[in-house]
Design a protein around this ligand. Structure first.
Ligand SMILES: Cc1ncc(COP(=O)(O)O)c(C=O)c1O
Length: 386
């Protein structure tokens, strides 16, 4: 590098997101369920890039985008996306007036939020789009069954005043990936009785939705009108032990930045938790937990260099990790594959999750820090300008 090059960004690791893989995964979900697909693009589309994924989703036939926060929903609108967007974590202290004006579909799980949405619509002289969320057994979000009638009644009143329209009713599953469908069936029955009650109280929701990825793949009784899919869109197989042919969309690569040959008995990294048992070659890779590489991968994590798997050894630091490549011929600058395609023998987010005792969702949303991100395989109009 010459001094002039020093102003050019020189990322030490890159997340390469294959939008064509995302598009094919959406196609698989639509073909399997025959229902409208809501692609969940919250948390920066699980780290894959909210705008690129949103555009890919709509270009691939998704009918809906799903987000958690009002700000995520409004960002989509500000980017010119006018497709249906559901936002499920609105509360009276969020930008409800903007969300109502932007025709974001706002999920309401209590009368306080519903009344605030109705007030925003009244002030703007418009009508808001609302989906009501019922808690059918997850005990996280959603109206408890005991509050459901009051919520539906308040919604019916506001609807009769022209302040809002309840276009959907939904709930979320706690155990959809569980091979024992009992809990899912129990939630489905509770959902159906909640929908019946909503209809009895005068509402006419056209979009019913319950299924997340695992249910969209494994429980056809939960499909209703729309399936809300996150993990599967990004290629995570959430039904353990079963492959549905999903393709991991994110590849994480770095490079060999230092090499050293060391003798047997050499302690490696902080606290020398790893000590070499033979003469070997250690490679430095310039990423660490500051970039979202879980520190727990220090025990059992592997990368691919020169077409072979090698163990991460010693404590992963904030910016660096060490790999023991043994006798494999490795050169400075060689590519290091941190996450890739399991069908090619490369680790994926699920493997990291298994090693570190978490779920692949957390791995993917945690990656970032100083890593660059690039997108390949875009098909939508305007892709080149993103
Ligand atoms: C309310 C809701 N629906 C759907 C999803 C998508 O779930 P999955 O990633 O398992 O498909 C999520 C995601 O985390 C969610 O919070």
């Amino acid at each position: 590098m010459t001094p002039a090059d020093a102003t050019v960004p020189s990322p030490l690791a890159t997340r390469i997101v294959d939008l064509a893989a995302i598009s094919r995964n959406i196609g698989r979900l639509a073909a399997r369920t025959g229902k409208e697909v809501m692609v969940v693009v919250k948390a920066d589309a699980f780290g894959h890039g909210w705008l690129e994924v949103a555009k890919t989703a709509l270009d691939s036939g998704a009918a809906w985008l799903g987000v958690a926060t009002v700000d995520e929903a409004l960002r989509l609108r500000e980017a010119g996306i006018d497709a249906p967007v559901l936002c499920w974590l609105a509360d009276p202290w969020t930008r409800l007036a903007d969300a109502v004006a932007a025709q974001v579909t706002i999920s309401c799980a209590n009368t306080e939020t519903l009344n605030a949405v109705a007030a925003a619509a009244r002030n703007a002289g418009t009508s808001a789009l609302v989906h009501l969320e019922l808690d059918t057994g997850m005990s996280r979000g959603g109206a408890p069954v005991a509050d459901w009638d009051a919520l539906c009644g308040a919604a019916a009143t506001a609807e009769s005043e022209g302040l809002l329209s309840v276009t959907g009713v939904w709930s979320h599953l706690a155990l959809a990936a569980d091979p024992d469908p009992l809990s899912t069936e129990t939630q489905r029955l509770a959902f159906e009785s909640g929908v019946a009650k909503a209809r009895e109280l005068g509402l006419a929701p056209a979009q019913l939705h319950l299924a997340n990825s695992a249910a969209a793949l494994a429980h056809d009784t939960t499909w209703f009108d729309v399936v809300r899919c996150g993990a599967s869109v990004y290629g995570i197989e959430t039904v353990r032990g079963v492959s549905h042919g999903l393709e991991p969309a994110m590849r994480v690569v770095s490079r060999v930045t230092q090499l050293r040959e060391v003798a047997a008995g050499t302690g490696v990294s902080y606290n020398h938790a790893y000590v070499t048992d033979r003469t070997t070659t250690l490679v430095l890779v310039p990423v660490g937990y500051g970039d979202g590489i879980p520190r727990d991968l220090s025990h059992g994590g592997e990368v691919v260099i020169a077409g072979k798997r090698h163990p991460i050894v010693g404590a992963i630091s904030m910016d660096q990790l060490v790999v023991d490549v043994g006798e494999t011929a490795v050169s400075l600058g060689d590519e290091v594959v941190l996450l890739g395609r399991p069908d090619l023998g490369e680790p994926d987010a699920q493997e990291w999750a298994d090693v570190t005792g978490t779920i692949a969702h957390e791995i993917l949303t945690g990656l970032g820090g100083r890593m660059a991100r690039s997108h390949i395989g875009a098909t939508y109009i305007g892709a080149a300008t993103l």
